[in-house]
Design a protein around this ligand. Structure first.
Ligand code: NAP
Length: 381
């Protein structure tokens, strides 16, 4: 029986967030399972909710956060504001595993031929408990990598690469011909720029600083709009006229960006309309809110006629829609192009202990452009 360390997140009924590292016995693999020794796991925005819950870890909380104990037994303890406790009623007192995705080496297998075929291979997995030294998962869920790929590169194989691919699947299924993307200098956004170049799909990138615009232009992006510019709406509208983009993916979620995109789409779609159309253009304008970088309410000004739609969008739901066979093709494409289109680079590697320290949290929580952190569960323990 192998024992490994694993990070857990707990919010107690008395309003304390606790991140702890616990020794866990790795299950003996069933016939169709494999045990993966986890080498690298990214910290993505979607990992932060389960990690911190409504503690939000703003400056006030961080000032009060502290490490309780020393060495392997050290825990991060931080207060959860009283007015947010109602948001987490469903998880109070539960010790939750954290970390969506990771990569590592198969070190033990079940008896089935499919499981044994993975022995010693570098695989990416989505165990939902990626901030750990070992995971036992079904062999069928493993994405096997080529010999030239490193665990660091393989670590981010699902969340962002499959999302970029699924944006294009959505575009084609819903009969659009170009895409608008916000927070476009993100890790995902940079992958999308490379993917759309290869696929010859017009991509309209919306960023909020000139530095971000420069990053994307440096990658060869043709259309980049800075929402901080005075003429943002005018420039966006001109690009939408040129590209015909009627589909937007908004990672910001809160505020008025989704609405602004629809407004610009409507202006572009009705540019050459003759006469008065009370209900606006008949062209469907679709924006999906797929992230919550801004937690404030979403504001809609409804200045875009009646042919528009805003909805939520989640990559696993899109995968369910396209089915297992197509999903398998997309996964294999990620493995084949993980060092090019879908490559992620990292600011630093953190041990399990480092990742739960207030100093490290202060670095990775802001989700700044170009700053992505990798957890290395075998480091320093
Ligand atoms: N729905 C799904 O299935 C799905 C799947 C994968 C990813 N996602 C979402 O995709 C987004 C990007 O993920 P990632 O891993 O690529 O992120 P990342 O590399 O950490 O980058 C985050 C980016 O967002 C920008 N940003 C942060 N707050 C912002 C705000 N309020 N307004 C505008 N820009 C803001 C940052 O720019 P600054 O430097 O200016 O702060 C940075 O460029 C996240 O929201 C994530 O949750 C969703």
């Amino acid at each position: 029986m192998t024992t490994g360390k694993q990070v857990f997140s707990t919010i107690s009924t008395n309003g304390q967030l606790e991140l702890s590292i616990v020794d866990i016995e790795t299950p003996t693999p069933g016939a169709d399972d494999v045990v993966v020794r986890i080498e690298a796991a990214p910290i993505n925005p979607s990992d932060m909710g389960p990690l911190f819950g409504p503690a939000s870890m703003d400056q006030a909380s961080m000032d009060q956060a502290s490490m309780d104990g020393t060495g392997d037994g050290a825990k991060l303890v931080a207060p959860v504001p009283e007015n947010r406790m109602g948001m987490v009623a469903a998880r109070l007192g539960q010790t939750l595993p954290v970390g969506n995705e990771c990569a590592g080496t198969v070190v033990a297998t079940g008896d089935s031929p499919a499981a044994q075929a993975l022995d010693g291979k570098l695989v990416s997995i989505m165990p939902g408990a990626a901030y750990a030294q070992f995971a036992c998962v079904p062999a069928a869920t493993c994405l096997v990598h080529n010999d030239t790929t490193s665990p660091q590169r393989a670590a981010s194989s699902f969340v962002n690469p499959l999302t970029a691919l699924c944006f294009l699947e959505t575009m084609r299924m819903e009969n659009h011909k170009a895409i608008v993307h916000t927070a476009a200098a993100s890790n995902l956004g940079q992958m999308l720029v490379r993917l759309c170049q290869v696929e010859d799909v017009p991509l309209v990138n919306i960023v909020r600083t000139q530095e971000q615009a420069d990053i994307l232009t440096g990658l060869g992006a043709k259309y980049v709009c800075n929402s901080s510019d005075n003429d943002f709406m005018g420039k966006l509208t001109e690009i939408l006229v040129e590209t015909g983009a009627t589909l937007g993916f908004d990672a910001i979620g809160g505020g008025k960006m989704g609405s602004d995109i629809l407004t610009a789409m409507e202006r572009a779609a009705s540019r050459n309309a003759s006469g008065l159309n009370t209900y606006g253009s008949s062209q469907l304008k679709q924006v999906y809110l797929y992230g919550s970088l801004d937690f404030s309410p979403t504001t809609l000004n409804r200045a875009y006629g009646m042919a528009w739609s805003i909805g939520g969008w989640l990559m696993p739901m899109l995968l369910a829609r396209i089915g297992g066979e197509r999903t398998g093709e997309l996964r294999q494409r990620v493995a084949d192009e993980i060092n090019t289109i879908f490559a992620s680079d990292y600011t630093a590697e953190l041990s399990l202990q480092e990742m739960i320290s207030p100093e490290a949290i202060a670095r990775y929580l802001p989700k700044k452009t170009g700053e992505k952190y990798l957890v290395a569960p075998q480091k320093g323990l």
